[in-house]
Write a protein that binds this ligand. Structure first.
Ligand SMILES: [Zn+2]
Length: 255
C-alpha cells in the first residue's frame, strides 16, 4: 500500500513537472519573438488554429495526436514532449532530494528558469537578460533561509571573474550572458558547487567544441551556445554537488 502511495506521489510530481514544462515551451517560443507569454491562447505555428484545452495535456496529447496538429496535420516538434518530460524528471530528482519543502519550490523554479535559458540559447545564441535577472528571485529567498553570505559572495565571483578575465584577453571566448548567468548562479549555489558547475560545463562544452571542430574542418563554426552546458553543470552541482565533492575527496582520503 505504501508503495502505491509513493508511486502516486511520484507520478503527481512528475506530471506537475510536465505541466510546468509545457508552460516553459511557451516561454521558449515566445520570449525571443517578444510575444508576451500571458497574451492569447496557444496556437499551431503552421495553421494558427487555437489549440483546444484537451489537446494541451502535457505528454499525453502529443502521443495521442501522434505528434501532429489536429487541424492541419502539421508535424509538432518532438522538442515539446522532450522539454515537458525533462522538466518532469528534474521535478522528480529535486523531490527525491528535498521532499515537498520550500527548498523543493526554490530549486524547481530555479531549474525551470535554467531550462528556459538553455533552450533559448540553443535557438538564438543569446541568454535572455530578463530570465537571468529572474533567477535572483529564488536566489534571494534562498539567501534569507540559508544566509551563508561568504560562500555565496565568493561563489558570485569564483567562476564569473576568471571567465570575464579570459574574455578580456581573448575576445568572444565567452558571451556576456554566460558570465552573468554563472555569477548569479554562484550566489545561489555557493563557491564549492559553482566551481564544480563551471568544471562540468567546461568539460562538456570543451568536448562538444572538439567534436564540432573535427566534424566541420572547412566550415569552422566559431560559435556555439555555451549556456546549455553551464545549465547542465549548475543543475548537476545544485542537486548532487555535495555528494560528488565528497566522493572526490574520499578518493584522495582528504576527508
Ligand atoms: Zn495546425
Amino acid at each position: 500500500m505504501l508503495y502505491f502511495v509513493y508511486f502516486c506521489l511520484y507520478f503527481l510530481v512528475f506530471f506537475f513537472g510536465c505541466c510546468v514544462g509545457s508552460f516553459l515551451n511557451v516561454l521558449i517560443y515566445r520570449i525571443p519573438k517578444r510575444i508576451p507569454f500571458w497574451k492569447g491562447r496557444s496556437y499551431c505555428p503552421a495553421c494558427d488554429a487555437v489549440i483546444k484545452p484537451y489537446d494541451l495535456i502535457p505528454l499525453f496529447s502529443y502521443f495521442f495526436l501522434r505528434g501532429k496538429c489536429r487541424n492541419c496535420n502539421h508535424k509538432i516538434s518532438n522538442r515539446y514532449p522532450l522539454v515537458e518530460s525533462l522538466t518532469g524528471l528534474i521535478a522528480l530528482f529535486i523531490f527525491r532530494e528535498y521532499d515537498l519543502s520550500i527548498e523543493f519550490i526554490l530549486c524547481f523554479i530555479f531549474s525551470a528558469l535554467l531550462i528556459t535559458i538553455a533552450l533559448i540559447d540553443i535557438d538564438t545564441l543569446t541568454i535572455s537578460n530578463e530570465l537571468v535577472i529572474s533567477l535572483l528571485i529564488p536566489t534571494a529567498v534562498s539567501l534569507v533561509i540559508h544566509p551563508d553570505w561568504l560562500s555565496r559572495a565568493i561563489g558570485f565571483f569564483a567562476v564569473s571573474l576568471p571567465m570575464l578575465i579570459l574574455t578580456l584577453i581573448i575576445p568572444e571566448s565567452f558571451g556576456g550572458g554566460d558570465i552573468k548567468l554563472i555569477a548569479i548562479c554562484g550566489l545561489m549555489l555557493g563557491y564549492q558547487n559553482i566551481l564544480l558547475a563551471g568544471f562540468i560545463a567546461l568539460l562538456l562544452g570543451g568536448a562538444y567544441g572538439v567534436i564540432l571542430l573535427i566534424k566541420s574542418k572547412d566550415n569552422r563554426k566559431k560559435h556555439f551556445a555555451f549556456g546549455p552546458f553551464l545549465c547542465v553543470g549548475i543543475l548537476t552541482a545544485m542537486l548532487y554537488g555535495e555528494w560528488i565533492i565528497n566522493q572526490y575527496l574520499q578518493l584522495f582520503h582528504l576527508n
